[in-house]
Design a protein around this ligand. Sequence first.
Ligand SMILES: NC(=O)C1=CN([C@@H]2O[C@H](COP(=O)(O)OP(=O)(O)OC[C@H]3O[C@@H](n4cnc5c(N)ncnc54)[C@H](OP(=O)(O)O)[C@@H]3O)[C@@H](O)[C@H]2O)C=CC1
Ligand SMILES: O=C(O)C1=NCCCC1
Length: 213
Amino acid sequence: MPGPPVIIWEHEVERLLHYRDLIPRLEQALGKFSRRDSAELIQPVRTTVPLHRHHGFLGLMPAYMEKDGVLCAKFVCFYNREASSTLPATQATVVLLDPEYGNVKAVMDGDVITGMRTAAASAISAKLLMRPEAEVLTILGSGKQALTHYSVFTEMFSFKEAEVFAELGEVINRTKPAHREKTTVFKSLGMGVEDAVSAELVYEQWKAKASQP
Ligand SMILES: NC(=O)C1=CN([C@@H]2O[C@H](COP(=O)(O)OP(=O)(O)OC[C@H]3O[C@@H](n4cnc5c(N)ncnc54)[C@H](OP(=O)(O)O)[C@@H]3O)[C@@H](O)[C@H]2O)C=CC1
Ligand SMILES: O=C(O)C1=NCCCC1
């Protein structure tokens, strides 16, 4: 019989998850996603429940990689906060399951995973699409995602300069114009597979550490 789930929280996820391991795994998984082969990967569109009273949403993001035996779901609440708010913009929890038994193997803090997998996916796309002569890293926003993007981009590439435009909230609220000439805006699709790959890596590392004498 499978045992109870392990709980792996923020500091341990931070200790166990590294861009050097995550990037090659994520690159492979994104390739599988692009090939649209449901025998490899099933990722339904994110289900969202509006939290009207709190100006937010609950998003449910499941993903299943049959050949790799990875079954995962992320619960993420995200909000449109007031400028003065000290509450978090997003809060996530990731659940890793055994696809055969159906039991939960691990419950993990999803904030570190969200930050790192989002930044790692951006860095992978930059690796493939960035102009070779690019010298300046430009980041719009100065919150958690800005920080993880700064970390992975400066780890993977050597830019001459980095510039940060902190006014993400004002741009979203349309009270300030975006740096249009420097910005490409993408809609978020809810890439549950990115969380699944990250959670599996964290779990593997956790098991490896737990089995050490
Ligand atoms: N595509 C994806 O997979 C993901 C997308 N996201 C999205 O990325 C964005 C940033 O997330 P994250 O970095 O975690 O959030 P943080 O809360 O860490 O940072 C948000 C930034 O926006 C500013 N801000 C927020 N609201 C306002 C406002 N009303 N007026 C002015 N400034 C504001 C904050 O400024 P200050 O510091 O001054 O408060 C801060 O610089 C969010 O929109 C989030 O939903 C997040 C995770 C994954
Ligand atoms: O994909 C995610 O994870 C998120 N997308 C939108 C904002 C919150 C997190």
